[in-house]
Design a protein around this ligand. Structure first.
Ligand code: FAD
Ligand code: SF4
Length: 461
């Protein structure tokens, strides 16, 4: 019988004043009992509106039915038909604006906790499934994948399952892209990403780290080495700055550098090779997921005061609602309608404060968006030790400048057709390198499309 409770089952989590001092995972996942109770809220709707909002069309009622039958491995198999990283998506997908936003139960009350159920199933599989993935027989064709984020990994996995000999080239010393260098451990434990990468290796995928395509080897040289097709999933890792005075002072970081030092190079540990400057007063400029992650990391590093400085109001914050709530609970303060105009330092070049301008929102323009406009004579200052810029990222131009025939748009994103094919024959692309900074699930969807198109291309070649 359906559970008609209007409330979604809560997920247990670490207390806010405990978790803001450690890097362990914040949310602790459903127990089997809670997962069964939550699954019983699903009405198994015939039209499954939830599925229409999933970028990779996971069979949501299908996997929830398997949970109801207590066939958790079966549920995992249903999800795996469309998603190669369920333990990741169950944790970081913005379900509130995707599947759960269309759930019938959400019309009156909370939607079904689809993301929490997906995480339960994936964690159950990771804990109980013993068998290693079987390596398919090789079809003798070699494909190169550039970048090991969710897009590259998904493409590599799908091609390996079809028998292709896939090699992933990754610029950093660890595979995983933003999943390892950006999203902090307390939201996505690195062991989960490592497990997914190990599964790909069992399928026969080779991963070469510390290889920057465009520097160590070019795209054309990869073709000369016998790769018959290439998938570019190189992400959008180039940080943007405000171009205001003082951005080169000591103590100013891009969120990318700050998070990479913490996540990938364990800078928060005593005696780590890569140090990090730990300030008592920290401001993070921006209002997206990246800003929330940087602010919450700064707090965990011991900062007494951490501010999110955002030029619009609370309603316009682009970060996931859940991340904003978690940040507030952990003691992060928000300075809305505030825009920095200068960063000021002492005689040694260390940050001491920032100057900000108070903003107000204009009347909605033709697109309905309210622009932030400065209020005259409203400048104020904040005393600070660190400023972290989380203003967005764009794709690195290296691949475009070293690959004749590869075209990008005005924002530096690779141009692809509906099959994911770039302007260069045999070169496909997807994920943030094509869309600009987006989401894990969209990058995975593009990786799937890339694999399908490469398979068709090589079959017809
Ligand atoms: P990436 O994950 O960026 O991977 C690209 C990889 O390519 C990198 O490892 C890079 O080192 C490598 N590379 C680049 N150039 C080269 C080269 N020339 N040669 C070899 N390798 C190269 N999305 C969500 O859905 N939910 C979230 O909660 C969320 N939180 C986020 C938090 C942070 C801090 C950040 C930065 C992003 C977040 N995102 C989130 C966005 C999401 O992580 C990205 O949209 C997604 O990772 C894009 O995947 P990708 O595979 O296209 O690129
Ligand atoms: Fe279940 Fe909600 Fe999907 Fe209906 S819309 S099938 S209730 S998850």
């Amino acid at each position: 019988m359906a559970n008609m409770s209007l409330k979604k089952n809560e997920m247990p989590m670490q207390e806010a004043d405990v978790r803001n001092k450690n890097f362990s995972e914040v949310t602790l996942g459903y127990s089997e009992e809670t997962a069964l109770d939550e699954a019983a809220r699903c009405l198994n709707c015939k039209s499954a509106p939830c599925m229409t909002k999933c970028p990779v069309a996971v069979n949501i009622p299908g996997f929830i039915n398997k949970i109801k039958e207590q066939d958790y491995e079966g549920a995992y198999q249903v999800i795996s038909e469309n998603s190669s990283l369920p333990a990741v998506c169950g944790r970081v997908c913005p379900q509130e604006s995707q599947c759960e936003s269309a759930c019938t139960r959400g019309v009156k009350g909370d939607p079904v906790g689809i993301g929490r159920l997906e995480r339960f199933v994936a964690d159950w599989h990771n804990e109980h499934a013993q068998a290693a993935a079987e390596k398919p027989a090789s079809n003798g064709h070699k494909v190169a994948v550039i970048g090991s984020g969710p897009s590259g990994l998904t493409c590599a996995g799908d091609l390996a399952r079809l028998g292709y000999e896939v090699t992933v080239f990754e610029a950093l010393h660890l595979a995983g892209g933003v999943l390892v260098y950006g999203i902090p451990e307390f939201r996505l434990p690195k062991a989960i990403v490592q497990k997914e990468i190990n599964t790909l290796k069992e399928l026969g995928v080779t991963v070469h780290t510390n290889v920057i395509v465009g520097r160590s080897i070019t795209v054309d040289e990869l073709f000369n080495d016998g790769y018959e097709a290439i998938y570019i999933g190189s992400g959008a890792g180039l940080p943007m700055f405000m171009n205001i005075p003082g951005e080169n002072l000591k103590g100013v970081y891009s969120a990318n550098e700050f998070l990479t030092r913490i996540n990938l190079m364990k800078a928060y540990k005593e005696g780590a090779d890569t140090p990090i400057q730990k300030g008592q007063k920290v401001a993070v400029i921006g209002g997206g997921n990246v800003a929330m992650d940087a602010a919450r990391c700064a707090k965990r590093l011991g900062a007494e005061e951490v501010y999110i400085v955002y030029r619009r109001s609370a309603e316009e914050l682009p970060a996931r609602r859940e991340e904003v709530e978690h940040a507030e609970e952990e003691g992060i303060s928000f300075k809305f309608l505030s825009s920095p105009t200068a960063i000021i330092g002492d005689e040694n070049g260390n940050v001491t404060r920032i100057k900000c301008q108070q903003m107000e929102l204009s009347e909605p323009d033709a697109s309905g968006r309210r622009r932030p406009v400065p209020i005259p004579d409203s400048e104020f200052e904040m005393e600070l030790n660190n400023v972290i810029m989380a203003l967005g990222t764009t794709p690195n131009p290296l691949l475009k400048t070293t690959t004749p025939g590869l075209e990008t748009n005005k924002k530096g994103c690779l141009i692809v057709n509906e099959e994911g094919l770039t302007s260069k024959e045999g070169v496909y692309a997807g994920g943030d390198a094509v869309t600009g900074a987006a989401t894990v699930i969209k990058a995975m969807g593009a990786g799937k499309l890339g694999a399908k198109s490469i398979d068709e291309y090589l079959r017809n070649k």
